[in-house]
Design a protein around this ligand. Sequence first.
Ligand SMILES: *Cc1c(COP(=O)(O)O)cnc(C)c1O
Length: 391
Amino acid sequence: MSSASPFGQRWAQELSERQAQGLYRRPRVLEQRAGVRARLSGRDCLVFCSNDYLGLADHPEVAAALAQSATACGTGSGAAHLISGHHPEHEALEAELAEAVGRPRALLFSTGYMANMGVINALTEPGDVVFEDALNHASLLDGGWLSRGRMQRYAHADVAALETAMTAAPGPALIVTDAVFSMDGDLAPLPALAALAARRQALLVVDDAHGFGVLGDGAGAVAHCGLAEADVPVYVGTLGKALGTFGAFVAGSETLIEYLVQRARTYIYTTAPPPALAAATRTALALARRDGWRRARLTELILRFRAGAERLGLPLMASATPIQPLLVGDATRAMALGARLLEAGYWVTPIRPPTVPAGTARLRITLSAAHTPEQVDGLVEALGHCWDRRA
Ligand SMILES: *Cc1c(COP(=O)(O)O)cnc(C)c1O
């Protein structure tokens, strides 16, 4: 399209505004990777901003499972699950995921984004209210907006505010929350939300993208909080983070899953993921469940990072998870800090609005079982140096 067209002008204006505000984004090419080591723009660095919490994303056994399955049954599933794309590897993975999170059934989705949109849409009717935490992931918010129900956000983790809002809007309601907030690392008040949902006969939907595989001995944040299916009837987990592969699942009762199969449009009207991917995820799931040492190491690194950052007076947030953001505030300053860290050999992509609220740009540091204590110490030292030099 010519840049003189009204649309071209609109795009050019928005792009230059974003540039002026320090909000312009572009993907960086990760040229090589071995564990947490990567090459970025020709420079070797350590990655401290991936969601590969257990270090499984380049595990040789997982890669071998992918390759073997692709050789045996090809790359594409060939069709949607309900046409002819549902393979034995999908079936087996669904059973294993259900077992891992202690639910009767699980249903695979191509991505967490699609799972969240599909589930919220499928479970709402006109007249329902979808209550969502203000800091929920974009996919949950989009699911609420696109649903047949009315979307209403409540202040972050504020169960009292939610109860007040629910009292003012009686009738069928969903309560939808991240389990571990993706940009903050804090845990939702799941027991209080479950109790409120029970009192109000509301349906609690929990997205455990960052808890599954990490918390609760790998079973996730819901198990970590001592809750089960009766408390959290709709559980969403993703496979691209701790499991190091790709995809997502919803787990719950037999009836819930059968209902989703009939109603979830992002399950029905899309090609099933490659069966080889399901085979790889089965291997990753087995490793994640077996290797308790990965979680133990992660916990040690989290404590080590926080102790080091606290010693330097860095602005830690209230997080006990591998997501350890440092609040910067100004987007341009966050970008400058990110650039300085990269010069020192540490890759931490700054997170800016609109991903986070205005004025809360941050360095979202994430830790992995694949990091060594020395690498974490090196990051802390570099942070101290970069922060001191801050304008
Ligand atoms: C990453 C993420 C998703 C999306 O999952 P994908 O599989 O990457 O699409 C959903 N919810 C939360 C909280 C996330 O962090």
